[in-house]
Design a protein around this ligand. Structure first.
Ligand code: GUN
Length: 286
């Protein structure tokens, strides 16, 4: 029976024990702006959670909600005004955006020093070179969860399923930087089962319920399930079949209560870090 990677408890500890006290020490509270365009139900839930936690952290927070018909130019104008806003340290544009808006153009417009999601090409580029500034919240949260559990990564064979800019790609880079040997799998991968069976560390970010059966899991493996899927009966489940995987894994994240709360905790940590940098004169020589 696997041990649980309890993201809910760890996120609460980081939020209350580190972020909130550090935020209170600043001369002005960290400022987070969350922009939501359209009425995607899951996005509304995530954005609501992000602003609620920001509130609890004592952050200045602003939620900017616009209808699905918002034009790209209107959204770019919102982003530019947040870039200039001295009370805002972090800008997050919730994805996905409506189809008529080019996501990359919007993300490219966010001021990199306020890009607490880590999606701007400057930040993803710095991460890929091993000198990260802002790291995307979900992969960063997975790494912190593994580190806090004391999971040894060096030399391990890691498999990441999913190659998105939001999760899979940065996750693979972080695992490689932690000295794992990383295989990235995706929809065109051949022999997925065989690759999963060989994984000491498995990170799954597909976005489809129970795609990875428990009997694929290598006994004792570390399983990080990024998926949050809502079933017809309203319950949530991950991309891995938890009930069977928990019997074989050494460590496993529950869904909900695993990666999800860590994503939000890392958003708070990145926003705090941005505020600290902004309120402190830049150090010389670095
Ligand atoms: N949509 C799903 N995950 C994320 C995330 O981490 N950040 C943003 N902005 N949108 C998302």
């Amino acid at each position: 029976m696997a041990q649980l990677l309890d993201g809910k408890t760890l996120a609460r500890r980081l939020n209350q024990g580190r972020v909130r006290p550090a935020a209170a020490e600043l001369s002005r509270p960290p400022g987070l702006a969350v922009v939501l365009v359209g009425s995607d139900a899951a996005s509304q839930v995530y954005v609501g959670k992000k602003t609620r936690v920001a509130e609890r952290m004592g952050f200045h927070h602003r939620q900017i909600t616009r209808p699905a018909e918002t034009t790209q130019d209107e959204l770019l104008a919102i982003v530019r005004s947040l870039n200039e806003d001295a009370a805002i340290d972090g800008i997050l544009v919730q994805l996905p955006l409506p189809k008529h808006i080019d996501e990359q153009t919007v993300l490219d417009t966010i001021e990199p020093t306020k890009d607490v999601d880590g999606f701007h090409p400057v930040n993803s580029g710095l991460l890929s070179q091993g000198r990260a500034r802002f790291v995307a919240c979900t992969p960063k949260g997975c790494m912190v969860l593994l580190r806090e559990a004391g999971v040894e990564l060096s030399g391990k064979d890691a498999v990441v399923i999913g190659r998105s800019n939001i999760v899979g790609r940065p996750m693979a880079q972080l695992l490689e930087q932690a000295n794992c040997t990383v295989t990235v799998c995706h929809s065109r991968t051949r022999g997925l089962e065989e690759k999963v069976r060989a994984a000491d560390v498995l990170v799954v970010a597909i976005g489809r319920p129970r795609q990875v059966p428990g009997d694929w899991i290598k006994p004792g493996a570390v399983v990080v399930d990024v998926g949050i899927n809502r079933l017809d009966d309203g319950t949530l489940c991950g991309d891995v079949d938890f009930e069977t995987a928990v019997e074989r894994a050494g460590w496993i994240t529950p869904v909900p209560g695993g990666v999800g709360p860590m994503t939000i905790a890392m958003l708070m940590a990145n926003t705090l870090e941005s505020a600290q940098r902004r309120q402190r004169p830049p150090s010389r020589g670095t």
